[in-house]
Write a protein that binds this ligand. Structure first.
Ligand code: NZQ
Ligand code: ZN
Length: 386
């Protein structure tokens, strides 16, 4: 096992009815900016619950943060933060609203001229404006980590940012919010969380037995609840396990002491930036070709995953590893998620070259757990995913 530090300061407030306790978490003198997305919270009652809980708090609102949070919209919110002397941010939404809020937390205290530099120059946020979240969509884990991904439609770019100053102070996780989530977003959440675990697991053995078991337990739980999540009726038991699995998949715990990959996300983000494909679906597009391309380097972990998650008992390590990749694709398909780029666009020619060029221009010359995936290799992987 590798050496590691582990500190996660986010307080989780989990369970039915917990939104009611929101005001207890917000400093008394705070002037709060409540941030939300396209309006789903107004239809499903979450907005009303939040407003009731905040009736004694000084709050103003900023709605309209789109999926794949858009820089230009966030810059409008930044103006509100400055002109209204906001001191505390509250995100009520999914990964997009929470990530947008993290960007604002950073930008509000940023001393440079151009907040876009935080993204393009990899400026780590050591201290941000304090914020909390009410999660409405389990998927990204953003509610308990310090990362964010911001999009700029104008230039078709999507960049990650982060730093120890960007952990939410608290996150309220009420599984009842799952009731109103459309199936498209539910399956996205399952696929995103599943891939988060894979990115931190599907590398090479490092003797981190407990981290492997943590990771496998999250995968097993997601596989177990998926059929119930696909049914129309709401099931609290499945929803609560779904929500906690998504948080645990990307709150830092399972990546401690182990090598991590993240190349599937790096390539996937470009597919969202170029085509607007939902984040989770871009991961489903890349996964199979990434694992097939890097088969030799990953086959031991692939085989272990095949044995422990998919009960593959027959054949050599290579056989098990290969079947495990096929099982993964079948899992995505069982969720109704297509796994080829051509399933989403007819305009895919040239995509691999474009992504490779972007990586070269940014100096991203070696992705993956061995830092060995050059832009040329990325080009081949993306082509395999057409
Ligand atoms: O905008 P509203 O109207 O709220 O509707 C949203 C949105 O249309 C809707 N929704 C959310 N909660 C709902 C609901 N609809 C009904 N009932 C509810 N309770 O769902 C739609 C998608 O929301 P979004 O927040 O975009 O989805 P998700 O949570 O999947 O977030 C995706 C974003 O997170 C980034 C992705 O790149 C993408 O930009 N990621 C962030 C990560 C992180 N910070 O750690 C890691 C991930 O790998 C990912 O990159
Ligand atoms: Zn993801």
């Amino acid at each position: 096992m590798n050496n590691f530090d582990f500190q996660n300061p986010t307080k989780i407030i989990f369970g039915k009815g917990q939104i009611e306790n929101l005001a207890n978490e917000i400093p008394e003198q705070a002037k709060v900016l409540l941030l939300y997305g396209g309006g789903s919270i107004k239809k499903n009652g979450i907005y009303d619950q939040v407003k009731t809980a905040l009736d004694k708090v000084n709050v103003i609102e900023f709605g309209g943060i789109p999926a794949n949070p858009e820089y230009d919209t966030l810059m409008e919110a930044l103006k509100v933060i400055k002109t209204e002397n906001i001191t505390y941010l509250l995100a009520v939404g999914g990964g997009s609203v929470i990530d947008g809020t993290k960007f604002l937390s950073s930008a509000a205290l940023y001393k440079g001229d151009e907040p876009w530099d935080i993204l393009t120059k990899n400026i780590r946020t050591e201290k941000g404006m304090p914020f909390g979240t009410v999660l409405t969509l389990p998927a990204t884990g953003s509610e308990m980590n310090s990362g964010a991904v911001i999009t700029r439609a104008e230039t078709k770019e999507k960049f990650a940012m982060g730093g120890p100053g960007l952990f939410p102070q608290f996150s309220i996780l009420d599984p009842e919010v799952v009731k109103s989530i459309p199936q498209r977003q539910l399956v996205n959440g399952l696929a995103d969380a599943f891939t988060h675990v894979l990115e931190q697991y599907m590398t090479y053995p490092i003797g981190a037995l407990l981290q492997d078991r943590f990771a496998e337990s999250i995968l097993q739980t997601l596989v177990e609840i998926a059929p119930t999540m696909l049914k129309d009726e709401f099931d609290y038991k499945a929803a609560s396990n779904f929500m906690w699995s998504c948080t645990m998949a990307l709150n830092g715990l399972i990546q401690k002491g182990v090598p991590t990959d993240w190349a599937v996300h790096a390539m996937g983000h470009e597919l969202t930036a170029l085509f607007g494909i939902d984040h989770a679906r871009t991961l489903a597009i890349i996964t199979e070709s990434h694992y097939k391309y890097n088969f030799e380097a990953k086959k031991e972990k692939l085989a272990q995953y095949g044995e422990r998650i998919w009960n593959i008992t027959e054949g050599s390590i290579g056989d098990k590893a290969y079947t495990a990749i096929e099982k993964t694709t079948a899992f995505f398909k069982s969720l109704g998620i297509d796994t080829k780029l051509s399933d989403y666009t007819n305009d895919y020619e040239g995509t691999a070259e474009e992504i490779a060029k972007r990586f070269t221009d940014r100096g991203w010359l070696g992705l993956g757990e061995h830092q060995s995936l050059s832009p040329e290799k990325v080009e081949e992987i993306v082509k395999m995913a057409y």
